[in-house]
Ligand binder design. Structure first.
Ligand SMILES: [Zn+2]
Length: 383
């Protein structure tokens, strides 16, 4: 595996590119932020709001998609501070945690109107099961729901402007055209929203779902979007974005962190709202050889909070461990909800593991630690 010479992201990460000095596109995008004129970006934002905000008190100014996490808590605080009236929309996560519930209630109490949309849990468990088996990503319904349900709400409530948080293509690396775009639309969703080649139409044709059963995952039609004039933008394009800074602000407004590092990560303040996150991150590790700790360490290295060497030590310690628990909940309990046993899970893991990234014995069988974790061949560029 080849790694960025500045942070710890590997070349196996989808859509990540490198310059001639071996610096990844996420680090380059971060560097570009220092030359952004944030004052003029803020002016741009207010111009957009002047255009879109409701003028006569008959409707909300914008929709904010919120998960209850530190970033969406910050988004709500920021929009309220700027003087706008948001309608907050939550697409309930696949397996909502207790701490996630607490943080949702906290956002409501910031003083906003709030819609919590919960797709049919029985359909959803089937979708988790199918997505895990077919594309090795339990989080398919979660990702599609997060990006689709708020857009459906925009059509439903006739609120054209949706204010998303960060552009993940900018923060975590992606094609330049996607990094600089302030807009999230259907094309962005199809390319970067985590569909991984599984479309709603495949589920209807291949797995016998009815159209209406997948409404929460079905993007509104172009004519519906045009009728309301729906547009989405990333708040992180207009105001500097920093997850840790957002956390500090969110915590001061009642947001609860876990209090100890989340399994597979190195911080205690994110991915707290869904017990299935650990499985999603583990499959990323099996497929591409890096997990959540690498993402987070890289963010902090870029911002100069830790050195690359310190980040590397943390990643070796925490990244990609077998997900025995998540937020303290046992794997078998998390899996039984979607009708998957530990044996089946291990079998599915095996099918999606890129065996070239991990140590094997002379018979080609993957070597494991006592806790079932795999052993990566190299964590850094080899001399
Ligand atoms: Zn980098």
């Amino acid at each position: 595996m080849k790694y960025c010479t500045r942070c710890l992201l590997p070349a196996t990460k989808p859509d990540l590119s490198f310059n001639s000095e071996g610096v990844c596109s996420a680090c380059q995008a971060f560097e570009n932020r220092s030359v952004v004129d944030w004052n003029s970006r803020a002016d741009e934002f207010h111009e957009i709001m002047a255009n879109y905000a409701n003028k006569d008190g008959s409707n909300w100014d914008c929709i904010i998609p919120v998960s209850g996490g530190k970033d969406s808590t910050y988004q709500v605080i920021k929009i309220l501070e700027l003087g706008y009236k948001p309608l907050c929309v939550t697409a309930t996560t696949c397996d909502l945690s207790d701490i996630g519930r607490r943080n949702i209630e906290n956002i409501k109490n910031l003083g906003v109107d709030y819609v919590e949309f919960s797709p049919n849990p029985i359909i959803r468990k089937r979708l988790n099961n199918i997505a895990l088996r077919t594309i090795g990503d339990i989080a398919w319904p979660e990702h599609v729901g997060i990006f689709t349900i708020p857009v459906r709400a925009a059509v439903q409530y006739q609120v054209p402007l949706i204010i998303w948080g960060e552009n993940s293509q900018n923060e975590f690396g992606g094609p330049a055209s996607a990094q600089d775009s302030p807009i999230l639309n259907r094309r962005w969703l199809e390319e970067f929203g985590g569909l991984l080649g599984l479309r709603v139409s495949d589920l209807i044709n291949g797995f016998g779902f009815k159209n209406y059963e997948l409404l929460p995952y079905t993007y509104p039609s172009d004519s519906e979007l045009e009728r309301v004039g729906v547009t989405g933008l990333f708040l992180g394009h207009y105001f500097p974005w920093d997850g840790m800074g957002n956390t500090l602000i969110a915590q001061a407004h009642g947001f609860t962190s876990l209090g100890l590092p989340v399994e597979g990560s190195m911080v205690d303040y994110e991915n707290l709202d869904n017990y299935q996150h650990g499985i999603h991150d583990y499959f990323k590790f099996l497929k591409f050889g890096f997990g959540r700790a690498t993402d987070i360490a890289s963010l902090h290295i870029r911002r100069g909070r830790i050195t690359r060497q310190q980040g590397l030590q943390i990643v070796k310690m925490r990244d990609g461990k077998y997900p025995t628990t998540y937020l303290g909940k046992n794997l078998d309990q998390i899996l039984s909800r979607i009708d998957v046993s530990i044996e089946e899970f291990d079998d599915i893991c095996g099918r999606f593991t890129n065996k070239r990234l991990f140590e094997t014995d002379q018979n080609g069988v993957l070597k494991r630690e006592k806790d079932k974790s795999l052993i990566k061949i190299n964590y850094d560029n080899l001399d």
